[in-house]
Design a protein around this ligand. Structure first.
Ligand code: KMH
Ligand code: ZN
Length: 367
């Protein structure tokens, strides 16, 4: 592209086609986070335009995620009739595998599972090992001095700081906590200023317990992620949660960072089963252009991992979800689960994504 004497450029035909730009459409050049971007001029009317406008606002708040055309490319629900997958973020997702490690969770007991990282020191050690093995995101639950699950705000802040100090992983705090945590404590997790957070899109039976996520809570949590620029990952335990995700995006607008990334949590007793047919059904129901990872709990870990790689998705592994490496063989640490996921990703010709690329992919500012 050459700038002419009037400061004009030609947008190449393939990019116009990809971004659904036609003769007569109004575009403008804007500065977003120090970069010059060409965006569609705002106009009243279509749902696509409204979502696009929300995307640009969210992108501006979150920093690196911005760029209206990129937002629209990664969420073609804002661009009806177009195919998913334009822009560098989508290309990253096709060529590499995002691996998230969920090392601790809120359910397993330290006494029963001594390898579970419970102290901050153990968590940081695990995080470093897992990043070296191929993880790019860490999904964090913390424990107190007695290794019980906690959402203590001071500990949460210390944890975010320590993980940032020792790794370049994307730090995603759990807002799910334990089934006993209050909604207030779960909302306050965002005050620890993580890069990202989990956001579960509905209530689900959780073994003998109930993991409660009523609509008003989901909506409030989502509003706070947008206010604070914390990028949510939508946790989907059941197909009904996918419907709620559609409602959330339709009614409340685009997430901080401008992208919609989901995690299918499969095989929880009470949630959707962890098998290939259910995975395909769930993926086909996602908002157009959404990206996704999948997690299989317990013995569904491997079928879900193979299914996710086959379907072009991304992976979450870790001792939050799986405590057996194979039948009769307990997990010795999170790193071996990440190593196995990374090996499978390489076999699938989509090697592990770096943490820096994961930030671009998820719409999170580089550190
Ligand atoms: N511990 C579960 C009750 C999340 O982290 O957002 C909820 C959970 C989901 O693990
Ligand atoms: Zn969790």
């Amino acid at each position: 592209m050459v700038l002419n004497s009037k400061g004009q450029v030609t947008i190449p035909a393939h990019l116009r086609a990809k971004h659904n730009l036609h003769e007569g459409d109004e575009v403008e050049a804007v500065e977003v986070g120090g970069a010059l971007r060409i965006v569609r001029a705002e106009g009243a009317g279509t749902r696509g335009q409204r979502l696009a406008s929300a995307a640009r606002r969210a992108g501006g708040r979150a920093g690196a995620g911005g760029g209206i055309l990129r937002c629209m490319a990664s969420n073609p629900s804002a661009r009806p009739g177009s195919a998913a997958g334009a822009g560098s973020a989508a290309a990253l997702g096709r060529g590499a595998t995002l691996i998230t490690v969920a090392p601790t969770g809120a359910e397993a007991g330290k006494a029963a599972v001594p390898a579970l990282p419970a102290s901050l020191g153990e968590l940081v050690t695990t995080a470093k090992e897992c990043q070296a093995a191929g993880a790019a995101v860490i999904h964090v639950h913390i424990r107190d001095a007695e290794a019980r699950p906690t959402l203590d705000p001071v500990r949460l802040r210390e944890t975010v700081a320590a993980l940032r100090e020792s790794t370049s992983l994307v730090v995603q705090l759990s807002t799910g906590g334990a089934v006993t945590d209050t909604f207030g404590d779960r909302l306050a997790v965002l005050d620890a200023a993580p890069d990202a957070c989990s956001l579960t899109c509905g209530t689900v039976n959780f073994g003998d317990e109930v993991f409660a996520n009523p609509w008003p809570f989901i909506r409030e949590l989502y509003a706070r992620t947008r206010e604070l620029g914390v990028v949510p990952e939508f946790e989907l335990f059941d197909l009904g949660h996918v419907a709620t995700l559609h409602r959330l995006l339709d009614e409340e607008g685009t997430p901080a960072g401008g992208r919609v990334h989901c995690d299918l949590v499969m095989g929880v007793p009470g949630g959707m089963p962890g098998d290939a047919a259910t995975l395909v059904a769930a993926v086909s129901a996602l908002p157009a252009g959404a990206t996704w990872s999948a997690t299989g709990i317990g013995r569904t870990s491997l079928p879900v991992m193979f299914g996710a790689l086959a379907a072009g998705g991304h992976l979450r592994v870790g001792m939050e979800d799986t405590l057996s490496y194979a039948r009769g063989r307990p997990v010795t640490g999170n790193a071996e689960l990440v190593e196995r996921a990374a090996e499978l990703a390489r076999l699938a010709q989509r090697p592990p994504m770096s943490a820096a690329d994961a930030r671009t992919f998820l719409g999170i500012s580089q550190r």
